[in-house]
Write a protein that binds this ligand. Structure first.
Ligand SMILES: *[C@@H]1O[C@H](CO)[C@@H](O)[C@H](O)[C@H]1NC(C)=O
Ligand SMILES: *[C@@H]1O[C@H](CO)[C@@H](O)[C@H](O)[C@H]1NC(C)=O
Length: 262
């Protein structure tokens, strides 16, 4: 009898576990990302399903009270938004551009969820670039970003999670490791948009070490379907700057790099 009860309990636990793990789908993550986009657009956070017991709002690498930063304090007219999803980390990445208002913004945001329940947000982590940020010109950035093509990749063309992580890390290691740049599979048509500065091809002139300070606090959103990795970090190699590096790999080679640095 005890055995049966125990077995039934563990079966229930297993069933519960597999349901919650299966719930962290792309669709659910992208739907949650959409609620974030709406919160930025309206300046209102009521539509966000936050885990009240375990929620952190971080902006430019510092914990900030919700409503005291760019989220929930002002409505922004949005000119571009693009989101990717990491079903393993149960997180999404969203790039937003607001070019037209009195205070333009380019935002890089990672949204993290209760593992297994992508409808409940545990962290919103924003790098918020605005006037005065590195190479900042939202209108120019918008033009470059709108010209890019971010269609989902066919299954056979999707880079592995491992490759995407390695490319993201190698990119951020270039300033401290003289060999890192040579490990990255640069595409001949690769484009880099750094703030509003366009470099093409992007593998032409690269750092080969020189700094003793590794880029730290790395947070990843890896999306094999979009062939992308976004890493938020403290860009310490050139001074302590809140930073986002997003990289897209097509045909096994780096196609786009987009950096947002405060
Ligand atoms: C986000 O971008 C999509 C197109 O990619 C667009 O249809 C949608 O209206 C945008 N959302 C906002 C709030 O601007
Ligand atoms: C709170 O959420 C974070 C993710 O944002 C997670 O790493 C952590 O384990 C959670 N803590 C608790 C107590 O659930």
């Amino acid at each position: 009898m005890v055995g049966l009860a125990t077995m039934t309990a563990s079966l229930a636990l297993l069933a519960g576990l597999s349901t919650t793990l299966a719930a962290c789908t792309r669709d659910a993550l992208l739907a949650s990302a959409e609620t974030y986009v709406e919160a930025i657009r309206t300046g209102k956070t009521d539509g966000l399903k936050l885990n009240t017991g375990n929620f952190t709002y971080r902006e430019n690498n510092k914990v900030v009270d919700l409503g005291k930063g760019v989220l929930g304090s002002t409505a922004l007219t949005l000119d571009a938004n693009r989101s990717t999803a990491d079903t393993v980390a149960c997180a999404s990445y969203t790039m937003l551009i607001s070019a037209g208002g009195s205070k333009p913004y380019v935002l890089a945001t990672q949204v993290r969820h209760d593992t297994g329940d992508p409808s409940v947000i545990t962290m919103i982590d924003v790098i918020a670039a605005t006037t005065g940020s590195l190479f900042f010109n939202a209108k120019q950035t918008l033009g470059y970003i709108n010209a890019e093509s971010w269609t989902p990749l066919a299954t056979a063309d999707q880079p592995s999670r491992d490759l995407l992580k390695k490319v993201g890390d190698a990119y951020l290691d270039m300033w401290t490791d003289k060999n890192a740049a040579d490990t990255i599979p640069w595409g001949t048509q690769c484009e880099r948009v750094e703030g509003s500065r366009l470099t093409k091809p992007c593998g032409a002139s690269l750092p080969h070490g020189g700094s003793a300070q590794p880029n730290a606090m790395r947070r990843y959103v890896i999306d094999e379907v979009m062939g992308s990795v976004d890493v938020l970090c403290a860009f310490n190699s050139l001074g302590n700057m809140p930073d986002s590096h997003e990289i897209r790999v097509e045909g096994g080679k780096v196609k786009y790099v987009h950096t947002i640095t405060v």
